[in-house]
Design a protein around this ligand. Sequence first.
Ligand code: NAD
Ligand code: MG
Length: 332
Amino acid sequence: MTEAKMYYDNDADLNFLKGKTIAVLGYGSQGHAHALNLKDSGVNVVVAQRSGGDNHKKAIEDGWKPVSVAEAVKQADWVHILLPDEVQRKVWEEDIKPNIKKNAVLSFAHGFNIRFQQIVPTSDLDVIMIAPKGPGHLVRRQYEEGKGVPCLVAVEQNASGKAKDLALAYAKAIGGTKGGVLETTFKEETETDLFGEQSVLCGGLVELINSGFETLVEAGYQPEIAYFECCHEVKLIVDLIFEGGLGKMNYSISDTAEYGEYVTGKRLITPAVKAEMKNVLADIQSGKFANKWLEENKTGRPFFNKARKEVSERMIEKIGARLRSKMSWIKK
Ligand code: NAD
Ligand code: MG
């Protein structure tokens, strides 16, 4: 196995950002963190956030004078798009493309719109990605603590010849080179990100937890016990894996639990499950998943809204909300 090169603080130079104005489009989860970290790193930032709504209020409270996307793009040498992925195409066509400076930098925190050709930038632009591998609130908090969330960087277009240095400098300015930066491509980042969230992190985990919970409840056990066993403890187990891999987890659990892991894990996650994972990946690679999601958005999200409602009405959500309300330490 070859080891991928990692980039840290000494591999990146903030001077590449000197004299540039960066427009941060969107003051949401990622946007607020990038804007504040950039500013604290000495970068000139202009924030675009549509008015009305909490994020606009928050931007003002944080000391910004948020402007429209078109206005921010006109002022900037570098445009970082931190809008929801499904609106980026429209905003690009209407507000960014007509206003972006020649030879500017266009950057993203996720490759979706480039990978699936929703945005096709002109060839004078540097097109890069700086994608923190963590939620925006951590990107801000860790920066304030002198730490940093690891980042991926990628170069899609290198018009200036300096695109990678620019991406690394940006990653440094938001704290990413403290955690470590890995180079990828828009294609790899997009496909692995979609696959991970669908198969393991969100889709797979949610249904695994819920199936376990329902199995116990349907067998007549108390739902509170089912919740603790199949949901609450997931975090405790994942924390051990996060800290020390499967080895640390297996060391901490009882030998009975470990034996059960070996005999039962593969009864559930059978070769058929992995075969279906390969189909899921194929749908991502072919663009089938992306097209369905874009279509869903064009038609008012009928499936999405129905599924969101179904999941929110599950028994595990009601039981969990009640139990968590008594655990003062997990508030917020
Ligand atoms: P978000 O939904 O938290 O924030 C988006 C912001 O854009 C909101 O403030 C919203 O009001 C604003 N907005 C929406 N539509 C707009 C429009 N038409 N014009 C102007 N403003 C508009 O989004 P996010 O989760 O921060 O995601 C932004 C990007 O970062 C996406 O590309 C996403 O894939 C990527 N990303 C997110 C995370 C994460 O943890 N949330 C992690 C890595 C990458
Ligand atoms: Mg992801």
